[in-house]
Design a protein around this ligand. Sequence first.
Ligand SMILES: C[S@@+](CC[C@H](N)C(=O)[O-])C[C@H]1O[C@@H](n2cnc3c(N)ncnc32)[C@H](O)[C@@H]1O
Length: 480
Amino acid sequence: MAAKQRSFVGVAEGVEWPLEAATLGDIAAADAALGQQYADIMRTDRKLTRQLVSFQDNKARPVYRWYKYKEGFAAALVRYMLDEVGGTSGTLLDPFAGTGTALFVAGERGMDAAGIELLPIGIEVISTRLAAQRGLRAEDLQALRYWTNSRPWRTVTPDEPLEELRITRGAYPPDTEWAIRACLKAMQDESPTVRQVLRFALLCILEAVSYTRKDGQYLRWDHRAGRRVRARIFDKGRIPPFDEAYTSKLHEILVDVNSTQTTLFGEATPTGSVSLLEGSCLDVMPTLPDTGYDVVFTSPPYCNRYDYTRTYALELALLGVDETAISELRQAMLTCTVESRGKELLPMNEGWERAIHAADSQALLQLVIGYLEGQKLAGKLNNNGIPRMVRGYFYEMACVMAECHRVLKPGGVVVMVNDNVRYAGASVSVDLILSDLAQELGFNVQNILLLPNGKGNSSQQMGAHGREVLRKCVYVWRKG
Ligand SMILES: C[S@@+](CC[C@H](N)C(=O)[O-])C[C@H]1O[C@@H](n2cnc3c(N)ncnc32)[C@H](O)[C@@H]1O
């Protein structure tokens, strides 16, 4: 947090000491004390299965299954939690909308919903779904059927090279790359709506037909790509031919559109309006009116070093995001990777002073940052960007949470899905730290709902720290 650097001084028994000297023991003690403070409202909810809190459950759901957003949550989770918190009417906001799961479920329930999203792939998924929801005309459906059955790209000779980024070069088998280019050329003759759906279907299959697999922090490369790989040889298994993958995705979309035009989006089902605001929620939220929303339902990026701009690079390249734009995007995203340089929060918005002060005063957070800074000074971190990332994550989240509080109506509720993390042996109780910040910002922390089985460590950390599980939770905070 460049705007207001802390000097990392803690006070213990009246004596000041540098926070860099914080130990794992200090963190454990502060964590236990904070855990005690929230013990009454922390409980395991057996209905919150891993299936529900991840994208898994969407895989068999019409429309939700089109684009597999691994970072998404299940539509069923949104339904379940909205029932739990009594979110049945009014307006829902998701400041980290992703592919819009919360928005579309809210819409199906007759609520109005607004989402904010920065990543072009999320924006494209939401926009295409909105176009489909508005209803495709008979001639659009006919054109899509023609593409599925007649495969017009097969007779087209592409003339444009495929848009690439350094990290996506050579991502497809040669026949597939040719077919993608031919497909992009052939769709130019279609109407804007049909073209949008065709391009969307292409985005949905890029990973499957490529030599890559999304793997959290980066793209993993199959050995058949012929890249020099330092890591273990990786074989992703069968890579389907382009025609098979593309026609099957188009078929799926047509089946779902046909079934949902009579049920989901039909007159029998109440549908609220769904809208999308493009950009960073740190820029967009301050433009939203006070007390305009009833529910904030969201899952921010986790503080886990996952880099969306790398894992979604194939899609971003196809959407025309170039090297400059991707680095800008990386910095604009909520800080959760070691490459984030941190944001000047106070200059962005003077109204965030209270949020920044809340983070400055959160004892456990300061101990964690101090400990990580100390580990960095001692040369013990595998990446020196970790303390800056952890600090940036919580300070930015504090500002987002202050905005959530401002835009919610009195009695409004935040439902947030997030994971705890661990760095350099220190468990970071994201659930407790964020909930304590929420309390400080005027929320009443109603529940911290734990998934029955916490997430295990990464295999590297497992050796060093045993099988201690990291909590995965859904938080419920209500504005008083
Ligand atoms: C965990 S995902 C949310 C997934 C969503 N719940 C769904 O079901 O699709 C977090 C999202 O936050 C977005 N994001 C990251 N930084 C952002 C920012 N500053 N403003 C808005 N969105 C951001 C990411 O692009 C990502 O789509």
